[in-house]
Structure formats: C-alpha cells, structure tokens
Design a protein around this ligand. Sequence first.
Ligand code: PEP
Ligand code: MG
Length: 747
Amino acid sequence: MAARRDSDSRKLLKRLRDTLAAPGKGQDRLNDITHQIADSMATEVCSIYLFRDADTLELCSSEGLKAEAVHNIRLKLGEGLVGRVARTGRPINTPNAPAEPGFRFMPESGEEVFPGFLGVPIQRVGERLGVLVVQSRAAELFTEDEVYGLEVVAMVLAEMAELGAFGDSQGDGGLQQHRFPQVFRGATGQEGAAEGRVWLHEPRVVITNPVGDDPQKERARLIESVAMLRSHVDTMIAASDSAASEYTEVMEAYRMFANSRSWLRRMEEDIELGLSAEAAVEKEQSLARSRLESAADPYLRDRLHDLDDLSNRLLRILTGQGRDTGAEMPENPILVARNIGPAELLEYGRKLKGVVLQEGSVGSHAAIVARALAIPLVVHAERIASEALNGDQILVDGDAGTVHLRPEDSVAAAFRDKIAMQAEAQSRYAGLRDLPAEALCGTTVKLYMNAGLMADLPSLQNSGAEGVGLFRTELQFLTRTRVPRRSELAALYSHVLDNAHGLPVMFRTLDIGSDKVLPYMKPQDEPNPAMGWRAIRVGLDKRGVLQMQLQALIRAAVGRPLYVMFPFVAEMAEFEAARRLLMESVGREQKLGHDLPSDIRVGAMIETPSMAFAPQRFFEMCDFISVGGNDLKQFFFAADAENERVRRRYDTLSASYLTMLEQICRRCDEARVPVSFCGEDAGRPIEAVTFAALGFRRLSMRPASIGPVKHLIRRVSLEGLKAVIDQGRNDGLPNLRRQITDWIARQ
Ligand code: PEP
Ligand code: MG
C-alpha cells in the first residue's frame, strides 16, 4: 500500500513538474494542476487559493467548482475553513465540513456542498502563499497518507510559485506575492528616516528543482550533505574556545539535531514521495517554522530556532548557495534580517542607510550599534525577512517604528518630504556646531556625547561635543567572540583618548548582564535580568575582569587625566568597594614602577532610585555623577524598558519623576559634585531643556542629538521654563508635558 502511495505521489509530482516546464500561461498551468490533483486523488474538487494581498485569499483555479467562481471568490485570512488553514499554517481534514466551526458555504462556488474537506497550506519557510484544497462527495476523513501526500504537493506548488510559474494567474494579472505594498509596524530601535533598497543579510536559498526524479539519488545527496553538516558542526565545536562554554552548549544542541534520526527519516520519507533533497529539507523547515510561530515555551522556541538555522546550513550545502549569492549590494542599502549580531552589523558599518529586524529588541546589541552608527532602526517587524526581496524599494521610519515595503508612489513622496525636512534641519544644526548651548537667560549647558565604538570617534569633532560623557565599554566586549586581552583593551582606550584630543572621556566600566549578554558568558537564566546580576554587581563578584579593565584604563591614560565611572551603583558600599579596587590597581602599577595618569577622577552612575536617597557622604565621595535615565526611569516606574507593552506607558515629564531628578541635582550641587544626565532622554530636545531647567548643566547624548538639543536650549530661558514647571507642580498636575510643550511653542 505504501509503495503504491509513493509511486502515485511521485507520478503526480512528475506531472506537476512537466506542467511547470512546459510553456504556457500561469492560469493554464494552475488549471492543469488542479485537474491533475483531483484526478490523482480521485476527488470531486481541487482548488487553489492564493494570496491577493497580505490578508486576502483568492480562488485562482478550481476543478469541480463553478468556473465563474474562479477569481471571484475572496476570503479574508481566518475566514471560513480555507482562511483558517492560511492563518494557522496547519491542515484541516474533516469528513463533515459544514459541521466545522467557521465553515462558510459559498453559493457562488456551485449548488453542491462537499462534506469531505482537506485543506493544506501552501507555504515556504514561514511565508504563506495560499491554500490547496481537495473536497469529496463522500463524507469520509482523508487518510494520513493522503494528507501527507497533499502537503508534499503543496510544497512543490510553493516552490513553483516562488519561481513565478503562475505569474499571470491572479486576479488583475499577476501573482502578487512579493509585489504588493506592505506596511510593517514594529518598534523604534533608532530614530531617523531612510529610503533605499532591501539588502537581505541572509538571502533565501532558491530551489529550482522541487521534484526529484530518482529517489535513490536524492536520498544519497541528502545523506552526503547531512554528513557534511555533521562534520561542520563538529569542526565548529572543536574550534570553539573552551572558555566559551555556552557557545559550545548551543553547538551541542546543533549536533543533537544534525544527528537526529527522526529528522533524517522524515526527510527521507518526503523524498520517497517525490521531493528533491532540498525540497524535503525545506518542507521540514516550514513545519518547524509554523510550530515556532505558535510555541510559547522559550526553550522550545530556542530549539526550533536551532533547527531552522541548521536547515538553512543544510540547504546551502545542498544547493551550493552560500551567503554570497553574487548579488550586488544596491545603492542606499537597507539591511533586512531576522536578527543580526553586533559584530556583523559593524562589518557593514556606515554603508547602510537603515536596518530592519524581524526580531531584535530595543536594547539589543545590534540596536546599540545601530544607534552608535546613527542608522535608523526598526525592530520587531514581523515577517519582514520572508516578505522582502533583495532590491525591493523600502522606507524605514525609525521615529514611528514603521516600514513600508514596495510603497505606493504617494507614500514614497510623502516620505521623501519628511527626509528632506530632516536633512534641512541637520544642515541648520551644523551651523551651531561651534556655538555654546547658551540659553536666553545666560545659563550655559555643556553637551557631551555617548560613545562606545571606534566608529563613534569622528563624531566628537563633527558634532561639537565637549567630550564623551558616557563611554560604554561593554560594546567592545559585546562585539567579540572572546574576552579581549588587557593589552588589546589598553591600546583601544589609548586610541580613544588620542582621538579625543584632550577632551574628557568618562569611561564606564563593564555593564554586562541584563540585556547585554556576552556571547561567551554563561547565560544566568535569571527571572528578571534587568534587576539581576549585572554591571557593578558582576564586577565586584568576579573581580578578575574588572581589575583587568581598570588596569587597561590606567595604562591607556598614562600622563593624562582618567575618568572612570561605575555603573548601576545601588548602595554607597558598592561604590566604595569599586573605588577601592581602582585604587589598589593604581597602587600595583606604582609598585611595578609604571607611570600613572596625570589625574584620576572616580564617578558613579545613578540608575536606581535608591541613590537619590543615599547618605550625603556618597555624593561627597564621588568626583562626578552621571544619571543613567534609561535604567533610572524603568526602576522608578517599575516598567521594563524592554517590554513593548509597558515601556512607553510612563512619561519622563511626569511631575514625580522630574522632582526626583531635581532632588538628585540639588544634592549633587550641595556636595559640589558635577552631575550629568546621560540616558536616551537627554537627546530628546524637550526633555533635555527640562533637565537643564531643573539644574542639570551637563547632558550626554548620541551625537546626532547634539544639534537639535543645542538649537532648543538657545531658544529658551531656563528660568522661564523652571517657572512653568514649578507652577505645574504647585497646581498639583501629575504630568507637565502639555504645559512644557505649550510654553516652548510660544517662545
Ligand atoms: C542608562 O541606563 O541610562 C544608561 C546610560 O545605561 P545603558 O547603557 O544601560 O543605557
Ligand atoms: Mg543603564
């Protein structure tokens, strides 16, 4: 029986392949296909529904339904049984279709109701293309073999569609997949707008031969490629640093899949039914993807991701298509990827005009790099990596977190206006470069920049920043595959100081943990990493790395002033311990007879509300203080900065938060310790002038914000704004945004 099933299925696939190879119009091909499938499966009806746009399916061909219904029946995603198959990516097999929830009788398709219904998705690795349906007069369930066989046929149809085999078949004359305009709503990773052409970080593998002629040959190809894959994984494990045991753990999971008998067996079964080796890999990959989309368990999701990545590697081995497909990077490239590591993003560097990630997160390393490179970034753009094709026109609106793929002309025109306005503003700001950020009341605010990469350094001159108010040293650790050596770090910090040409650079010691997980560090699996073992807590518990970093900083700054600050100080004792460690390192250098920095200033970051209430001695002990508003705000409001659902819920300009900031500022003034604000809010002009009005005389921000912030400070009186804030608080207002923005608008 199984042998007969296999040979029927193979015959059908070969007939489909011949249909594909024969010259002809897309519609004729589809009609041939539905006829052949109905014939082969002995069903009364076979229909193909394809997506007309992102959420509408259209009946594009049918054997058995009324001819007038073709191109006239349309269903929304989720509508009727067909829409449900499309939405869930799972087959529906029922002996009694009218009794199924959501069943919709469509009189336009004919008088008769067919109780036997089997619908399978036509999909290609997570990309929905349509639904293939067979219906029968007999009220019987289709057998497992029939379901499996129809899935294999759907797989081949997906590949054919991908190759453009049904080009003129859909409605108004073309299969619209990958052609129609689409809008993706994600989240802002980095503000700014960009227009360009899609450049896929990992181009999709193109399968030109979904049907296999000779199962034995295909099986041999598969087995040979799986053997190569296994040996690649073994080599990767052998080459991985033994210190990087977590990387090895991931690789071990890969090895487990690569050696999985059931994975191989399923692919061999697909081949027996007539698929080529690569189509078999892709069929199983598609299945894993649709499971991935509905899996809630993070462990299972991780493993399905591993399987997905492994399938891609296997496909590359089978097809000989590497990452480098020979495609040329377009002008104004906008990188589109499921996800990307910081090192890979850095390799592209400033060539990119924008980045869109299907996954990623606001605080991810890639986002940090994109911010440092001042490239607009949208994260969480669901499905973008499978919908976009190399060379597609694309608009990235980093401010709104939206992406327009293949936009309508009118959308593109409006977008260009926005870009032009931004460019005009930038040139206006460039004119302010050498002017002080002096408010109308005569108060001057010093503007510094945040940095962390070598790529940031040229901005020090271009932006007119008065120094680096926050140098995030963890970026150098995040972009490597192993812990950097002390000598490497010393050379790097020295290079930073050379490029600062005497301007101060506040080096913040490693802030790892939370969202910043080193690829070579054991994941801690903490219930709430942002409040977990991170930053100075790690530094004080694992002193070796912190000591090494402090020594590198001391050596880099020989003969010049050194500013070191410690992140995430939540208690005075932590600062004291860290400072002691620094002083011990200085002592050790001295003992070794090494030269020292000309001056050493030790600062703390205030990132937890606890420090707003710290003993006055803490403020007196610090040589300088920097308020890390990103963390401080998330802990003040207990709203995770990484959680899309809550992160925008609370406003920086709420009266209570501003009052705490003012208190920090006042306490620093009383202790005569300079204080700056270095979270992202410092780069937002309205927030920045508000902080200045509350007493902050130093703000540190990304370089691109210096112009807009300076522009606004120079237009207002900080005393005037302070009066507005005080009035709002006296009136008992919980939020002052309206009062502040209205007042600014009137200036
Ligand atoms: C902050 O929390 O505001 C800060 C500057 O630190 P991070 O690097 O975590 O953004
Ligand atoms: Mg922080």
